[in-house]
Design a protein around this ligand. Sequence first.
Ligand SMILES: [Zn+2]
Length: 275
Amino acid sequence: MKPYPAPQAGQALIRVHGDLNDFLPLNWRNTWFVRPCRGRETVKNLIETCGVPHPEIGALFVDGHPVDFDELVQPGYAIEAFPIASAPEAHIALRPPLDDKRFVLDTHLGRLTAYLRMLGYDCLYQNHADDADLARLAHDEQRILLTRDLGLLKRSMVVYGAFVREIIPSRQIVEVMQRFNLAPAPTVFQRCMRCNSLTTPVSKAEIEHLLEPKTRQYFDTFRRCTACGKIYWQGSHYARMQALLEQAIREGERREAKGERREANGERREARGER
Ligand SMILES: [Zn+2]
């Protein structure tokens, strides 16, 4: 018995899995729903018009068979979309793999940018950039676009990207670390939070005159940004980032443990579209 209703003439069935449901109206979440077929329309376009931005999609299936974004929707199709994190193994890659994780962030994510840079990741951020600039940068430099703007994420130029669900920056960094499996980069604490350039060690004697009295008293090891000159030491930022890292790792472990329980219950089978 098929787990979905028979579509009427001229309709296709859709079901999205996992956190792709975040983008759907409540009555379409975690269930099959019907959409009219409107002639020559790709699966990518149909799913996106339902609300799901294409960069969030990791795998597409029609009647249990893997398809890519350009598959044309036919009446009677049962279409499933999976998020990147839980894409079934036997899927067609929707985009080339990305080895080097570099980011571009929208203008509302300044704090998150600073956290990611602290973690060592190359992040572009300009508080005057418009949507067209951000989409072009993401495309031309093969960067992952992080945004809270769905319209921006749906731009066809954007290949890699994610909608940041959390509002609070300290939660956003945990979310992004988990989503992209980010460990601290080799350049952790060696990238300028203000301008994204790398920092280099600098002797205390050279910069002593620039320090506040307390900093001069308590710290001896410093780095300086090669581009903007900002000076860094292992102060409060450092402790805060350490705490966030530990939190992300703990939550990742909790999630993994929960996932294993689900697997034991067979829910993963259903999530792979096996019927
Ligand atoms: Zn700098």
